[in-house]
Design a protein around this ligand. Sequence first.
Ligand code: DX5
Ligand code: ZN
Length: 216
Amino acid sequence: MKHLIAPSILSANFAVLQSDIEMINNSNADWFHVDVMDGVFVPNISFGFPVIKAIQRFAKKPLDVHLMIVEPDKYIQPFKEVGANILTVHIEACTHLHRTIQAIKNSGMKAGVAINPHTPVQALSEIIFDIDLVCVMSVNPGFGGQKFIENTYSKISQLKTLIAEKNSSALIEIDGGVDLNNYKKLLQFGANVLVAGNTVFSSKLPSETITILKNG
Ligand code: DX5
Ligand code: ZN
């Protein structure tokens, strides 16, 4: 499977959000990456349901919603209702992860699990078969434009082994600090989805930057 590109809306210009959404619609991007932060799980607050609903009105590609919130179980149905196609929760925020994953899938969305930089890949061993995506955080979550953590490469290799061992079909998504210097190496190690915020939206020609990332 060719890898996927998911530009992160967190770095878009919210004053002209529709035009950034149209840029992604007309680009070679595959998904919209939508970061939800609650100011509790991470030291930042991003946006919630009204904004996601507005994104969904114009978006012509799937919404990949990354929840950086505590108690995500409370909000699974509302995220479905505002148009999430993939819903990713943090392993560090879920006491009953298996139940949370089942609830996401039962509501008709794909289920993802994100792991922070300090969380070992092995923590996924008993859930990997049940999930559609692993979001490997390559920065500490909370902000766009941070520096990529090099240990991520080793986590991708470990994850590939785990996915093969457990006969899982989970995609490996890399989130944070993806740029034009590291994306090829990430793909070589086995990344399936690249999230890119700052690299896309701070470039002069965002759509062309997406094409570069997509062409690998
Ligand atoms: C970080 C978010 C990321 C972020 C990536 O907490 O989960 O999705 O938007 O932004 P860049 O690509 O700028 O590191
Ligand atoms: Zn994210």
